[in-house]
Each structure stands twice: as C-alpha cells, then as structure tokens.
Write a protein that binds this ligand. Structure first.
Ligand code: TXA
Ligand code: MG
Length: 344
C-alpha cells in the first residue's frame, strides 16, 4: 500500500498538543520530540513492540542500543540494577542536561532497547518540553536521534520531517535545539569510567567528578575491521550528508589556497564565520572559529544545507578537538568518513 503522509504536526506552544504527543506515546506510537541536544524519536521504553518500530522507521541496525529518557531522578532506579555513588554524583552535577550514563540494566528494560547489551543508557534531559512529554506519557521514553540512520541528526522539526515524514505518528515542534550535538555518553559499567561519545558535557567536566576517565579510541579514530566496540553506534557511518566531506587541517591561508585551487562545479566549503568572502567556491559557515558551542549548534544544519545546495565535494575546516570542540570534531570526522587532508 502506498504510504500517505500521516505525520501529525504538533506545536510545543500548546499544552494540549504536548498531551496529544503523550497520549500517542502511551498507546505505542512514535513521536519526534525536541530536547536540548537534538530531536529524539521517542517511544515507550518499556514496550518492546513500540521500541522495535523506532528501528524500522529510522532504518537503524538492530544491534545499536537506545537511550532511555526520564523526567524525574527517582525514575532511574527502576531501570538499572543499582546506582553506585559515583553515578549519583554525576547525576547530581549534570542532570538534567546533555549527559547519558550507562549502567547494568534492570529486568524492566526490553531487549529491543539494550540490543543485546547487559547495560542501559539513561538520560534526564533539561529541555522543558522533553520533560513535559515524558510526564504526559507517564513512562520513560526510548529515543535515538530523529533522523534516518546515517544522516545528520535533526536540530529543527523541519529536519525531522525531511527524513521521517509519513514514517512516524507525529513531530512536536519546539524550535531549534540549544546544544546541537547529541549528549555525552559515559559508561560506569566498568571499573574505570569511559567516554564513549563526546558532547555538551566535556571530558574535563566529567573528570572533576569521576577522577580518571578513559576516552574510547573510537572517539577520535576509525575502527579497525572486525574490532569489538563498547558503543555500537560508533561503528556505523554517521552524520553524513550525500556530499563527499573531506576534513582539512591547517591554518586559514593554507586552507584558502587548497580549496580555491580546486574550485569547480559541485565543490563547496564548510568554513568558519567570516571566511566565505575569501573562498572562490560556495561556502556554508558553521560558527565562529573560537566558539565551539556555536559550532556544535550549527554543524548539523550546515551539513543539511550543503546537500540542499547541491554540494558534491565539501572541504571542511577542521575544528579544535578541545572541550565541546571534541564533540564537533567527532561528528565532523565521521561525516567525512575519516578522510583528512593535512596541510603544511
Ligand atoms: O542527545 C542524545 O543523546 C539524543 C537525544 C534524543 O537524547 N539521543 C541520541 O541517541 O543521540 P542515539 O541513539 O542517536 O545515540 C545513542 C548512542 C549510540 O552511539 C549507541 O550505540 C550508544 O549511545 N548506546 C546506547 N545504549 C548503549 C549501551 N547500553 N552501551 C553502549 N552504548 C550505548
Ligand atoms: Mg543518532
């Protein structure tokens, strides 16, 4: 049967539409919701069938586990086998906010959520609309980013519709996301805490609470063929626009010379604010050079824009992998499939 667009457009400005989203979720539906990081594609986390539908709608590999979202700290205990003191310290410091904590799971977690792992990832978002929807649904919500698997994560309701219109029950529009990249993921299911995905909470901030934190090698480097990973999401091609993205490392004048000497049809640049004028190819800026938070907020939208403009090859200015910039670098190097040019 031909699939008609049946995705409801809801507005977070109206309390009754937040309730509609909650009701859809309660009855096993799929609703894309705003969070402070990116839009999430939510379903009742305790309903294996509803969760399975998330994988189908996104085209997500079944072995990639989901994050469970809560709206009150006391909802956490039922989802995990226990909450060790260091986990509670992290939560007290950074929740609600863009941090996901992995612990051994409780029997309440359906296999569809944990995707074969003995652990579960939990996040308490700070976005008031995300929390209101969880309250309205009355259950914790499993939610990956609300994009088709592999494409850039959505930071606006429009991005969600571009990927998932007709494939999900509703999208709740709460405006653009403040952080713009997905949450920091840390696992406490092993002796030394390990950063699996960098995000809005930096490794330095985590260390202030946890002491030593290992950074998973997959954060910065490509995986060797057949290598085992702690975070299955790391092994898939990610965040990639249709264009071939190439990360260019070097100073501004080397970058300009490199890109300008390659100017031809289909060649585009992804640069910092104010650099477009000096480029002889069409360019999209993703933030100011010194403003990692601004880069994080705009990166995914910039990648989608480049596709809309018809880019075939994109030479991207490489961000500084420090603080929040580590998250920006991590996403961009995946968008580039680890293709890097080092100048000078
Ligand atoms: O900011 C965010 O975290 C957004 C919003 C919607 O909350 N969600 C999000 O979900 O980014 P997703 O599914 O796109 O990314 C979840 C990441 C994946 O890399 C996945 O492999 C990892 O977290 N993950 C989830 N559960 C895990 C587990 N039990 N063990 C290891 N990695 C896990
Ligand atoms: Mg994702």
């Amino acid at each position: 049967m031909e699939q008609q667009s049946r995705t409801l457009r809801l507005s977070a400005d109206r309390a009754e539409e937040i309730q509609t989203a909650g009701n859809l979720l309660k009855s096993g539906g799929l609703v894309a919701i705003p969070t402070e990081t990116v839009y999430g594609l939510a379903a009742n986390a305790l309903d294996g069938r509803a969760v399975a539908a998330i994988f189908a709608a996104k085209g997500r590999p079944m072995d990639n586990p989901l994050i469970v979202h809560i709206s009150q700290l006391d909802q956490w205990a039922a989802l995990v086998s226990e909450i060790p003191p260091r986990a509670m310290e992290l939560a007290n410091r950074f929740w609600p906010g863009p941090l996901t904590i992995i612990l051994p799971k409780s029997p309440l977690i359906p296999d569809e959520v944990s995707a074969g792992q003995a652990t579960v990832a939990v996040r308490f978002p700070s976005h008031p609309v995300a929390r209101a929807v969880i309250d309205a649904a009355g259950v914790p919500l499993a939610a990956p980013s609300a994009n088709l698997s592999g494409s850039p994560s959505p930071t606006e309701a429009q991005h969600v519709l571009a990927d998932l219109d007709g494939r999900i029950d509703a999208v709740l529009d709460g405006g653009p996301c403040r952080v713009g990249v997905e949450s920091t993921v840390v696992t406490l299911a092993q002796e030394v805490p390990r950063l699996l995905r960098p995000g809005g909470i930096t490794p330095e901030q985590l260390s202030q609470v946890l002491g030593r934190v290992e950074v998973d090698p997959a954060v910065m480097n490509p995986l060797a063929a057949g290598e085992k990973v702690l975070s299955p999401g790391m092994k898939y091609k990610h965040y990639s626009p249709k264009a071939n993205v190439i990360l260019v490392k070097g100073n501004l004048s080397a970058y300009l010379e490199y890109v300008n000497s390659r100017a031809e049809e289909g060649v585009f640049a992804l640069c910092y604010d104010g650099e477009q004028e000096a480029l002889r190819v069409p360019a999209v800026a993703y933030g100011a050079k010194q403003d990692a938070a601004g880069q994080a907020r705009h990166l995914f939208d910039a990648l989608r824009k480049l596709d809309q403009m018809g880019a075939k090859v994109v030479y991207a200015r490489s961000p500084q992998p420090k603080g929040v910039g580590l998250a920006v670098y991590n996403r961009l190097i995946r968008a580039a499939g680890f293709e890097v040019v080092e100048l000078g």
